[in-house]
Write a protein that binds this ligand. Structure first.
Ligand SMILES: [Zn+2]
Length: 188
């Protein structure tokens, strides 16, 4: 009877955790989508479409790059890993990206980096000076280098998300402890 009631309680905790996670994901999506100013990112050399602003999650000013979650298949990821010994990305391994249309350099995907660049790992960093942006609402093409891609709302959401994830992690640890007590006795 004791074990049964523990199980029910843990199931409830599980579904609360699940609901929280689903809500957080929805909120992040809402923060990210800004259809009003949606733009298509084009190769400045050959006009091939590389991505759109809905997949942009900010910019890295030091690297003069737009940070994208996803890009089109026309941004080709090179197979070999490269290593940089100098410059802003010193100490990083990355894969270079090139345009399928004109083979020009698009940017990089960092894989391992020094700590201060760790937030950029596995994201697409597209060189601003190689991009033109087509604004869907105004129908105009502008250079990406003339635009700002800071997304403070997303930054805020991520901060909130992290705080809530910390709480969830605490809850999970507590649940794990309780489960161990139930299955293996108090000495776990
Ligand atoms: Zn191109």
């Amino acid at each position: 009877m004791y074990v049964m009631s523990k199980h029910t309680e843990d199931n409830t905790s599980c579904s609360i955790l699940e609901t929280s996670l689903v809500n957080l994901t929805k909120r992040l999506d809402l923060a990210r989508v800004n259809y009003q100013n949606a733009m298509v990112l084009h190769c400045a050399m050959c006009n091939t479409v590389w991505g759109d602003s809905l997949e942009v999650c900010g910019e890295e000013k030091q690297l003069n790059s737009i940070i994208c979650l996803r890009v089109t298949k026309d941004v080709v990821v090179k197979d070999e890993l490269e290593f940089r010994v100098e410059g802003q990305m010193a100490g990083s391994t990355y894969k270079a990206l090139h345009c399928s249309g004109c083979q020009c350099f698009v940017g990089v995907v960092p894989y391992s980096t020094p700590k201060h660049l760790s937030a950029l790992r596995n994201l697409f960093l597209l060189q601003k000076e190689n991009i033109n942006c087509y604004n869907l609402r105004s129908g105009t093409m502008v250079k990406a280098s003339s635009l700002h891609f800071d997304q403070s709302t997303v930054g805020k959401s991520i901060k909130e998300l992290k705080q809530e994830m910390d709480v969830l992690a605490e809850n999970l640890t507590a649940m794990e402890k309780r489960l161990k007590e139930v299955y293996y006795g108090k000495d776990g």
